[in-house]
Design a protein around this ligand. Structure first.
Ligand code: PEP
Ligand code: MG
Length: 756
């Protein structure tokens, strides 16, 4: 029978063990010697025949780094993959394996060089740092018995201290090539959010918290430190709760509720205190509890798993209170910063301004508006880059290859040379495109296409001048609203829009009124949680329900233009009445401004964005009233194909070169032609050369894209015969080809499709 679990016994024995470990750490400075002494100490205190430490040597392989009891010749020789053998299973599944008869355990793999065949019982626990595996700690004995719960707990406490020591580089040894953590080159694969290549240094959105003292010899003092930090944490959570009643979404409220639940949970605090009594410092006890809860919750119901990030955030807040380490030290932003984060909000990204050279996200989505900002800033973006956060340190050298979706952290010389060559080639291509700057985008069969840029913030305007575009086809006014912590005042907007128009130097600028909602949420505007925000209360729907903001924006635009030509369009118009209401508000504003003797332009255009299929089928009355339409292909495609633009599982399934979509766009072109309505295309596809040529071939004469795409798009248009492309599309319609990419690429000549 298993002996009963005894908390006091655990605390006492693990403290004795950790005291010994502290002594070893202080008295010896070679990493290998430390590991050897530690395994020796564990066998003595736990009275086992074997103790071994396996550490992760690559992202998916473990190595026996020290042992007491197994064959010493096997050290640094025996290796296994994640999931391989019992040790590999512990590292992969992140749970202890405790067995009286190891060879009968599923997955057991016999390693002859270790001489472990004589040991029947096996207990392995993961060495985890905040839920990330760093290795496995194993004890074995000849006698066939299950290890007690007390022994398992002790081993987990020791493993937790070993995790911090590993992170601190305490086991670094030149002799055995155990290198310091976070020093080796590492490569991560993500999804491409924006092409391009950048070189720089890591800037962590959330800097790592370093725990320098995992072990304590004064538990009472540590418990006091923990309780003081907890008090502050509860104060922070109370503050959040108070503000959340004013303007948080349901999702934010749910997060704060989870924070509150944990911060006030007796169980949470007691478990951390028990960890301290076992000899861990306050910081290490928080980390151990975080790892333990992560393991428990990862096997729980999905809704609980969703709360894992909240727990991580709360634990990191607590660690910051204990260590005094800040989230972001603005003084320490490196040169050529490349932002590495789990996720980033649109507003937060704007706050970093134009200094970022690239963005690498562990989560994120290509269709999100944060991605659009990265694109507008023309910086490479990777999303879904799993694992980079547990490796990257602030200031680490990093190369981001947005063309292949790879991030090279601490790159080797060879990789750096290859990637730098690619950067040089790109520069050459850009120079070549610069040569086209002052030439028109005219196709081989003589059709001229107006190329414009999408912008949203003042710093994007210089890109416009450099790109050789004809104007700004889409100015996303919401970015300014997202960049501030409060609603901008009308006068601020007047000044801002005036600067935008001044920077455009007389070239047309098409302002889109506030397009918020979906993933663009204003921190200062109260809104309810929505089941499907992309199809919810957003864009013109918000504008019409809150006409005060729309009116203020329109007034600001009229005043900024001060008699100069002005183009304004409303986002996500789904039916004629919405356009009519918005137009009426605009005309009222004009009337009032005229009555106040303000200058009104005689060249005033009121347009709409066509982003829902419904608008293409609107009554003729709509086309008779609207001055121009701009196809917002990002949204239009998501509604046309019923495929969420932010959902990585579906967003690539359908594309602009799908024949059904092209036919639909051609239908819009025909309706606009019939009523003489100016038509532009401003979704991301307009900046992809092949797609752009295709859109031109079906009749679009204005395209609006990120500034960095103007050169490559112009180049391809100038090499294309649009009537031949049109004929290829028609042939596909007849023979039933659904995806036109291959056919068009060979029609135009792949050698001309060059993307910088
Ligand atoms: C679009 O939907 O294509 C568009 C240009 O608007 P946004 O990407 O800002 O939603
Ligand atoms: Mg849109």
């Amino acid at each position: 029978m298993e002996p009963e679990y005894n908390g006091l016994e655990v605390a006492d024995r693990s403290r004795r063990l950790l005291d010994g470990l502290l002594e070893i750490l202080e008295s010896i400075d070679d990493g290998q010697a430390r590991l050897d002494r530690i395994t020796d100490r564990i066998t003595t205190i736990l009275e086992t025949d074997v103790c071994s430490v396996y550490l992760l040597r690559t992202a998916d392989s473990l190595e026996l780094c020290a042992t007491q009891g197994l064959n010493p010749q096997a050290v640094h020789v025996t290796r296994m993959q994640m999931g391989e053998g019992l040790v590999g299973r512990v590292a992969q599944e992140l749970i202890p394996i405790n067995t009286a008869n190891a060879p009968t355990e599923p997955g057991f793999r016999y390693m002859p060089e270790t001489g472990e065949e004589m040991y029947a019982s096996f207990l392995g626990v993961p060495i985890l740092q905040r839920g990330t595996p760093l290795g496995v700690l194993v004890v074995q004995s000849k006698e066939s018995r299950r290890f007690s719960e007390a022994e398992t707990q002790i081993l987990k406490v020791v493993a937790s201290a070993l995790a911090d020591m590993t992170e601190l580089g305490k086991f670094v040894s030149d002799q055995y090539a155990i290198s310091a953590p976070h020093t080796r080159p590492a490569q991560f694969q993500g999804s491409i959010g924006q092409e391009g290549i950048a070189e720089g240094q890591v800037l962590l959105h959330e800097s790592r918290v370093v725990v320098a003292n995992p072990i304590t010899d004064d538990p009472e003092k540590e418990i006091l430190r923990l309780s003081k930090a907890l008090e502050k944490l509860r104060g922070q959570v109370d503050e959040m709760t108070a503000t959340s009643t004013l303007n948080a979404t349901d999702e934010q409220r749910a997060i704060i509720e989870t924070y509150r639940m944990f911060a006030n949970s007796r169980g949470w605090v007691q478990r951390m205190e028990a960890n301290i009594r076992s000899g861990l410092s306050a910081e290490a006890s928080v980390e151990k509890e975080q790892s333990d809860t992560r393991t428990r919750m990862s096997r729980a119901e999905p809704y609980l798993r969703d709360r894992l990030h909240d727990l991580d955030d709360l634990s990191i807040r607590l660690l910051r209170l204990l260590t005094g380490q800040a989230r972001l030290d603005r003084q320490k932003i490196p040169r050529n910063p490349i932002l590495v984060a789990r996720q980033i909000g649109t507003g937060e990204l704007i706050e970093y301004g134009a200094k970022l050279k690239a963005v690498v996200l562990e989560e994120g989505s290509v269709g999100s508006h944060a991605a659009i900002i990265a694109r507008a800033n023309a910086i490479p973006l990777l999303v879904h880059t799993e694992g980079i956060l547990s490796e990257a340190l602030n200031g680490d050298p990093i190369l981001v290859d947005g063309d292949s979706g790879t991030a090279y952290l601490r790159p080797s010389k060879k990789i750096a040379v290859t990637v730098r060559n690619k950067i040089a080639q790109r520069k050459q291509l850009e120079l070549r495109y610069q040569g086209l700057r002052d030439l028109p985008a005219i196709s081989r069969d003589g059709v001229t296409i107006s190329l414009n840029i999408n912008a949203g913030l003042l710093p994007h305007l210089p890109n416009f001048a450099r790109s050789g575009a004809d104007g700004v086809g889409l100015f996303r006014t919401e970015l300014k609203f997202l960049a501030t912590n409060r609603m901008p005042r009308r006068e601020e907007l007047v000044q801002y829009y005036r600067l935008v128009l001044d920077s455009a130097k007389g070239c047309p600028v098409c302002f889109r009124t506030l397009d918020i909602g979906s993933d663009k949420l204003l921190r200062y505007m109260k809104r309810d949680e929505e089941p499907n925000p992309a199809m919810g209360w957003r864009a013109i729907r918000v504008g019409l329900d809150r006409p005060y903001v729309l009116k203020m924006q329109l007034q600001a635009l009229v005043r900024a233009a001060n008699g100069r030509p002005l183009s304004v369009m409303f986002p996500l118009v789904a039916e004629t009445s919405e356009f009519e209401q918005a137009r009426t508000i605009f005309l009222d504003v004009i009337r009032n401004e005229t009555a106040r003797n303000r200058a009104i332009s005689s060249d005033l255009k009121i347009g709409a964005m066509l982003e829902t299929p419904s608008l293409a089928f609107a009554p003729d009355r709509f086309f008779q009233q609207v001055d121009y339409l701009s196809i917002g292909g990002n949204d239009l495609q998501q509604f046309f194909f019923a495929a969420d633009r932010q959902n990585e599982l579906v967003r690539r399934r359908y594309g602009t070169l799908n024949i059904s979509y092209l036919r639909f766009v051609r239908f819009i072109v025909e309706r606009c032609a019939k009523f003489d309505v100016m038509l532009s295309y401003c979704g991301e596809a307009a900046g992809r050369p092949l797609e752009a040529v295709c859109l031109a071939a079906i009749g679009l004469r204005q395209l609006s894209m990120r500034a960095s795409s103007v050169g490559s798009t112009k180049h391809l248009i100038r090499h294309s015969d649009l009537s031949a492309v049109r004929a290829a599309i028609e042939a596909a319609e007849t023979d039933g080809t659904e995806d036109l990419r291959t056919r068009l690429a060979s029609e135009i000549g792949v050698e001309h499709i060059l993307t910088p």
